[in-house]
Ligand binder design. Structure first.
Ligand code: GRF
Length: 193
């Protein structure tokens, strides 16, 4: 089984990125992270990458040719699989087409529920609680040109407690589900490479 060359895109804390770094370092994944890219200069995910001596690149979204730069960077690093790990920017059509079937995203809900425009970060969990849902979870899916609409690779559930807040639910979903299924999904794709 050969590993994949992973390009990980982050916009924030990068705890999902950390789960991939840990899985690569422990040998749980055969793949390697060849670059970490962010549209936010201050994203802690970039700092995590630097701490592990991984190329950490900021691409300024204010630049007109942002999408072309992103695509060229992924090509330059010979990325096999693009992993959106808390990347809060829509991926442009050309990138989706160039990396067709080779881009995955993690979303903190049971898609197709609570996906699409406006459903990101804490807003997802607030909506789940406001609706009185009894269960929630996370989904790893292929990326197509829609928002949170590609085919599901893995999805896992947990119970929503009556005293959950958006923050407590977010934390449990991240720690108990996201960090595991993201690594499992990459391992699954390694198996098919
Ligand atoms: C996660 O909940 C992920 O599902 C969503 O954004 C969040 C990123 O968290 N797309 P982190 O930056 O990996 O800690």
């Amino acid at each position: 089984m050969r590993g994949l060359r992973l390009g990980v895109l982050v916009s924030g804390s990068g705890s999902n990125l950390q789960s991939i770094i840990d899985a690569v370092e422990s040998g749980k994944l055969k793949s390697e992270i060849v670059c970490v890219i962010s549209n936010k200069e201050q994203a802690y995910g970039l700092e995590r990458a630097r701490k592990h001596n991984l190329p950490a690149l900021f691409i300024n979204p204010k630049e007109e040719n942002y999408d072309a730069k992103l695509l060229n960077t992924l090509k330059a690093y010979e990325v096999d699989l693009v992993v959106l790990a808390g990347y809060l920017k829509i991926i442009d059509k050309e990138l989706v087409e160039t990396f067709k079937g080779r881009i995955i995203n993690i979303h903190p809900s049971l898609l197709p529920k609570y996906g699409g425009k406006g459903y990101y970060g804490i807003h997802v969990h607030a909506a789940v609680i406001a609706a009185g849902e009894k269960e929630s979870g996370a989904t790893v899916h292929h990326v197509d040109i829609g928002i949170d609409t590609g085919d599901t690779i893995l999805q896992k559930k947990l119970e929503v407690y009556t005293d959950d807040t958006p923050e407590s639910l977010q934390k449990r979903i991240l720690e108990e589900i996201e960090h595991k299924i993201l690594v499992e999904a990459i391992a699954h794709l390694e198996g098919r490479a």
